[in-house]
Design a protein around this ligand. Structure first.
Ligand code: CP
Ligand code: NVA
Length: 305
């Protein structure tokens, strides 16, 4: 397994399955209230250049449950890449902590952090990807559906960090992945090319939401303007409105299709209340699984370190 967890593209199918086995074990132990202090006395710095609820809470709580300690460093604290060079931050934190988790703007910065840190680095979201999220998402689908055979996953909306991570996953686990975005908002081309070249999954890009959700087992969406794109929000809203996940669109998917969203949701924009709160929605299960999956990732990386 790689020293760091920066992209699903760096992991093998076997690595992903190992993480999922451990996730299931740790989730059961957590639910039974059984101690599992696999990182006793170890510490993690969590660097946030952007806001967060789930990522902070799940990593901080998860590290505590593993018997370790996590420090929250807010967007005002380190000034990574501005107040101090990324490479210096990496080397300094490596002298204090056993592992680093970072949520940054520039993907190059997390790569540099991982390169210079002597301890493992976990990517808690960059402008390019959000690997912990998609690991939790596919684990959640497997829990609900029982298996991942012959699965069609449709992502509707912005070709953003979450979409890129789905494409990276499709380069590892077989699926029919459909990304449905308006023209000019498609996902990263290189990522698409690399995952398609593996021949593992069928990856379709389309601009037609109704055709995209036809026969889908999972309909997934995310915000139209990501963190850092707030100024574009009004203009994006106009472009993306036909891509809203609402009851009408869901009537074109399988009647038992799951609805997913990484959250936070902009209710009434990319998804309507009735769909988000409806019986097909598994959004809170995916939010919960962030913690279980990330604990497994931490333990795996610490065992290697
Ligand atoms: N899904 C997710 O990463 O949520 P936060 O931005 O609240 O951490
Ligand atoms: N695409 C969103 C995901 C938030 C978890 C963003 O980057 O803001």
């Amino acid at each position: 397994m790689n020293k760091d967890f920066v992209s699903i593209a760096d992991y093998s199918k076997q690595d992903i399955e190992t993480i999922f086995d451990l996730t299931a074990e740790l989730k059961e132990k957590t639910q039974r209230g059984e101690a599992h202090h696999l990182c006793k006395g170890q510490t993690m710095s969590m660097i946030f250049a952007k806001p967060s609820a789930r990522t902070r809470i799940s990593f901080e709580t998860g590290m505590y449950q593993l018997g370790g300690y996590a420090l929250y460093l807010s967007p005002n604290d380190i000034g990574i890449g501005t107040r101090e060079a990324v490479s210096d931050v990496a080397r300094v934190i490596s002298r204090y902590n056993d592992i680093i988790m970072a949520r940054l703007f520039d993907h190059e910065h997390i790569l540099e952090l991982a390169e210079y840190a002597t301890v493992p680095v976990i990517n808690g979201l960059t402008d390019y990807n959000h690997p912990c999220q998609i690991m939790a998402d596919i684990f959640t689908v497997k829990e609900h559906r029982g298996h991942l055979q012959d699965i069609k996953i449709t992502y509707i909306g912005d070709g953003n960090n979450v979409a890129n991570s789905w494409i990276n996953l499709a380069g590892k686990l077989p699926m029919h992945l459909v990304i449905c975005s308006p023209s000019g908002y498609e996902p990263d081309e290189q990522t698409l090319k690399r995952s398609r070249q593996t021949g593992i999954s069928e990856i379709e890009i389309t601009g037609d939401p109704k055709a995209a959700v036809h026969n889908a087992d999972v309909v997934y969406t995310d915000v139209w303007a990501s963190m850092g794109q707030e100024k574009e929000a009004a203009q994006r809203k106009k472009v993306f409105m036909p891509y809203q996940v609402n009851r009408d669109l869901m009537s074109h998917a399988r009647s038992d299709a799951y609805v997913m969203h990484c959250l936070p949701a902009h209710r009434g924009e990319e998804i309507t209340d009735d769909v988000l709160d409806g019986p097909q929605s598994i959004v809170f299960d995916e939010a919960e699984n962030r913690m279980h999956v990330q604990k497994a990732i931490i333990v795996q990386l610490m065992q290697k370190a």
